[in-house]
Design a protein around this ligand. Sequence first.
Ligand code: NI
Length: 173
Amino acid sequence: MAVRPILEYPDPRLSTSSAPVTMFDAELQRLVDDLLETLYAAGGIGLSAPQIGDLRRVAVMDVSGEASAPQVYVNPEVQSRSAWGLVEESCLSVPGVVANVIRATKVRVRAQDPAGESFEREVEAMNAVCVQHELDHLNGKLFIDHLSPFRRWRIRSRLKAAARAADERRDVA
Ligand code: NI
């Protein structure tokens, strides 16, 4: 297992659609282990494979807050969505940005486990929001893509200015 670097917006890999997993082998298990270790090291609740530069349809989640309830979704698909609401989201790949997004808070999801076994699960609240956020990542979509173009433009300008300031600090150091 290894903690891997998390890609940040606007890395083009974050806007690329990931490919379905067809090989359920030790290499896939290694990816799952790395995702969980990276998620826990970052203190997040969800992480998808493209966020560490691996374009396979794999995501991990743990909303327990104590690293005690890992969930693994391989090739996830949402079967149904209901109970829509406005929820506050952030993303490890878009540091420092928090925004409200309209999401279903009740979702039926079908996926496979790392051994290739299919399962269906009904998830609610934080789990439902997180699973949709991670599924978006697998489709090359970020939570800020749900916002208005103006709001997105403001976020992009702010992140660019922050990156420029960090570069300048490096130059004088
Ligand atoms: Ni995210």
